[in-house]
Design a protein around this ligand. Structure first.
Ligand code: ATP
Length: 585
C-alpha cells in the first residue's frame, strides 16, 4: 500500500517536472521564434506534443475514469496548440451510429500496420484474430500531412432506465483530436475518407455477423461472429429446387436499378415451410453464406411493442438476412378472418407468446414504409405450419417466394451420403431410390443415422435402409388389420380403362412397385386397383390411387413412357419424386 502510494507520488512528481520543462521550452520557442530556421518551430512543437501524449497515456490510468478526460484536455493545452476534438459515440439516442462503426473499422485497419501493442482478441467460434485499440489508449494517424490523435473512451450508463438490462451498460466513444487550424480538412476530407475506407473494407475481410435482438445493446442488436458450414452444396434437397433458389437470389442482388425503377424497396421475402428437421435453418445459413450477408435473428417474443420492432428494423444494415424462425410459435398470426373469439389452446410443450407485437406490426415490419430504410435485404420466415399463418402475411410483396422443404428425396439422400459417408455411387442408393418416395424420413433423421454409424459407410447404409423398411412396415402392419375397402368407383374405372391413356396404367404401376417393396402380394393387388384424379403435364403425371384391402393411398409425381402402351405392368415407371404427403395410409 505504502509502496504504491510512493509510486503514485513519484509518478506525479516526475510528471510535474516534465511539464514544467516543457512549458519553459514552449515559452523559449515563442519568444525566439524569429531567430529559428523555418520549420524548426513546427518540429519542436510536434516533438513536445508527442512527449505530452506519451506522458498522458502513461499517467492517465492512475486517475479515476471520471477525471481522465478533464486532465487529458488540460495536459494537451500545454502544447500551446488549440486542439479541435470530434467525439463519435457508439450509439446515438439508442440508434447505432454508423460513423462509429466506420471509424472503428478504419482504425482497426490502420492498427494492423502499427508496431504499437494493441488489444488482441478472438471471439468464441471465430477463427479470426482481431487487433484493435483498447479503451483509453490512443493512436496517431497522419492524413495528408495532418496529425490526428485517436482515442477510445468508455463510460458506463448507471441511470435507471425502464428497459430491462439497460442499466449499467457500457458505452464507447471514439475521440479524434487535431490542430484546430486543420478543422476544415478534417470535416471535408478526413471524415469522408474514413467512411470511404470503411465501405471498401467492410465486405472484404470482415467477420460476418449474426445479430440477436437484446435490450440494452446498441440499436437493440447484439452481434457475434457468424460461422456456419451449411452451403447449397451441402444442402440435401431437390436439385431443381436448389438451382431455382440460387437463381432467384442472384437475380435479386443484381437488380438494384430494377427495383428502383419499379418503385419497390430492394428486399425480398422468403417463407420456408415444412416439417421439423427438413433443413429450414440450414437453408438460411446456406443463403447467408451464398450471398455473403449478415444474419439478424429476430426473436419476436423478446420484442415488447410494434415500435420496438420498427426500431430493430431501422437498425439493421444492408446486405443482410432478417430471420424470424417458427413465426407461428412466436405470435398469434393466424388467419384474422377465421379467428374465433374463444381463447386459443396452447399446444403442449409450447409457451404462450409474451410478445406485445401484433400482426399489423409484423405486416408493417415486412412491407411498411420503414422496410425500405436500408439497401438489399432478405426477410425469411420459417414455420412448420404454413396453414396457420394469415394470408396477409403470405401475399406476394411480403413473402414473395414460398419454399417447401419436405421429407428426404433421392437427390437429398445422395447429397447426404456424399457429405456424411463420402459415397456417390452404391447399390443401396438404387434400392433407396425406390423406397424413398413412400417413406417419411427427414434429412435430419438420415443424418443422425449416418453420424451414429461410427464412420462405417456400409453399416450406415444398412442402418438407413433398415430404418426405411421399418417405417414402411409400420404403416403396412396397421393396414393389414384395416377393414377391407371396396372402392365404389372401381367399376367405373374398369369401364373407362380401355379408353384411358396408358399413362394412367403406368401411374398405377408406381403404386404396385411400392406394394412390392412393402412385401404385399403384388399381382393380386393389381387386380383390385382403382386410380382416380389424375392430372398430367408434359411428361409428368400426378397420381393418386388406392389399393383395395390395404387402403394404400399415394400421391406423387411420376414420369411415364408413352411407348409402352397397354403392355400391362412390364414397362418400368420411375418415381421422380413424391409430392408432399405421398405415403401409404
Ligand atoms: N436439407 C438438409 N440438408 C442437410 N442437412 C440437413 C437438412 N435438413 C436437416 N439437416 C440436418 O439436420 C439438422 C436439423 O436441421 P435444421 O435445423 O436445418 O431443420 P429445420 O427444418 O430448421 O428444423 P426445425 O423446424 O425443427 O427448426 C441440421 O443440423 C442438419 O445437419
Amino acid at each position: 500500500m505504502e509502496k504504491s502510494l510512493m509510486e503514485f507520488l513519484f509518478s506525479w512528481q516526475s510528471m510535474s517536472t516534465m511539464l514544467a520543462s516543457i512549458m519553459v521550452m514552449q515559452t523559449a520557442i515563442t519568444n525566439f521564434r524569429q531567430f529559428l530556421p523555418p520549420g524548426f518551430e513546427r518540429c519542436v512543437r510536434d516533438f513536445l506534443s508527442k512527449v505530452i501524449q506519451t506522458a498522458i497515456n502513461y499517467f492517465l490510468y492512475l486517475l479515476p475514469s471520471k477525471f481522465q478526460r478533464f486532465v487529458r484536455d488540460l495536459l494537451l493545452s500545454f502544447t500551446c496548440e488549440s486542439r479541435g476534438t470530434i467525439v463519435i459515440k457508439e450509439d446515438d439516442n439508442s440508434y447505432s451510429n454508423d460513423l462509429y462503426d466506420a471509424a472503428h473499422s478504419y482504425l482497426t485497419s490502420q492498427c494492423l500496420f502499427s508496431p504499437k501493442v494493441f488489444n488482441f482478441s478472438k471471439h468464441k467460434n471465430s477463427r479470426k484474430i482481431i487487433k484493435k485499440m483498447g479503451s483509453n489508449q490512443s493512436f496517431e494517424v497522419t492524413f495528408e500531412g495532418v496529425k490526428v490523435q485517436w482515442s477510445l473512451q468508455q463510460s458506463s450508463n448507471d441511470q435507471s432506465s425502464s428497459d430491462i438490462g439497460r442499466n449499467n451498460s457500457i458505452h464507447h466513444s471514439l475521440e479524434l483530436s487535431f490542430d484546430e487550424q486543420h478543422v476544415q480538412k478534417i470535416h471535408d476530407s478526413y471524415i469522408p475518407h474514413i467512411v470511404e475506407v470503411y465501405e471498401s473494407i467492410r465486405f472484404k475481410n470482415r467477420q460476418r455477423r449474426l445479430y440477436t435482438n437484446r435490450l440494452g445493446s446498441p440499436g437493440g442488436w447484439r452481434p457475434m461472429p457468424f460461422v456456419h458450414p451449411s452451403t447449397f452444396e451441402t444442402l440435401a434437397m431437390d436439385k431443381v429446387m436448389k438451382t431455382e433458389i440460387q437463381e432467384d437470389l442472384k437475380r435479386f442482388i443484381g437488380r438494384k436499378d430494377y427495383y428502383t425503377k419499379a418503385g419497390r424497396a430492394w428486399k425480398r421475402g422468403y417463407l420456408l415451410h415444412g416439417p421439423p428437421g427438413t433443413g429450414k435453418t440450414s437453408m438460411i445459413a446456406a443463403i447467408a453464406n451464398f450471398l455473403d450477408f449478415d444474419i439478424y435473428d429476430l426473436e419476436l417474443t423478446g420484442v415488447y411493442s410494434n415500435s420496438s420492432l420498427m426500431n430493430l428494423l431501422i437498425n439493421t444494415s444492408s446486405k443482410s438476412v432478417i430471420v424470424v424462425e417458427d413465426i407461428d410459435c412466436s405470435l398469434d398470426l393466424s388467419n384474422r378472418k377465421k379467428k374465433k373469439k374463444k381463447k386459443k389452446k396452447v399446444e403442449p410443450g409450447r409457451k404462450r407468446s409474451s410478445s406485445g407485437v401484433s400482426l399489423s406490426g409484423v405486416l408493417n415490419f415486412v412491407d411498411g414504409l420503414w422496410s425500405c430504410c436500408a439497401g438489399e435485404r432478405l426477410i425469411i420466415f420459417t414455420t412448420n405450419h404454413k396453414e396457420k399463418l394469415d394470408p396477409a402475411l403470405l401475399r406476394a410483396g411480403r413473402m414473395d417466394k414460398h419454399i417447401q422443404l419436405s421429407y428426404c428425396g433421392i437427390d437429398g439422400f445422395k447429397i447426404l451420403t456424399k457429405n456424411y459417408l463420402g459415397i456417390e455411387e452404391h447399390e443401396v442408393i438404387k434400392k433407396v431410390e425406390k423406397v424413398l418416395p413412400f417413406v417419411k424420413i427427414t434429412p435430419a433423421d438420415i443424418a443422425e443415422i449416418f453420424m451414429s454409424s461410427d464412420g462405417n459407410a456400409e453399416i450406415a447404409l444398412v442402418n438407413v435402409v433398415e430404418e426405411m423398411e421399418r417405417r414402411l412396415k409400420k404403416v403396412g402392419d396397421s393396414e393389414v388389420v384395416a377393414e377391407a375397402f371396396i372402392d365404389p368407383t372401381w367399376e367405373n374405372f374398369k369401364a373407362r380403362y380401355a379408353s384411358q391413356a396408358t399413362r394412367k396404367l403406368h401411374q398405377l404401376q408406381v403404386i404396385f412397385r411400392a406394394r412390392r417393396l412393402l412385401g404385399f402380394g403384388l399381382r393380386r393387388s393389381c387386380q383390385n386397383t382403382v386410380a382416380t384424379s389424375i392430372g398430367t403435364s408434359a411428361g409428368y403425371g400426378k397420381f393418386r390411387g388406392r389399393i383395395r384391402g390395404s387402403k394404400l393411398k399415394a400421391y406423387g409425381i411420376v414420369d411415364f413412357d408413352m411407348q409402352d402402351e397397354f403392355d400391362d405392368f412390364k414397362g418400368v415407371t420411375k418415381v421422380i419424386r413424391a409430392s408432399p404427403g405421398s405415403r401409404p395410409i
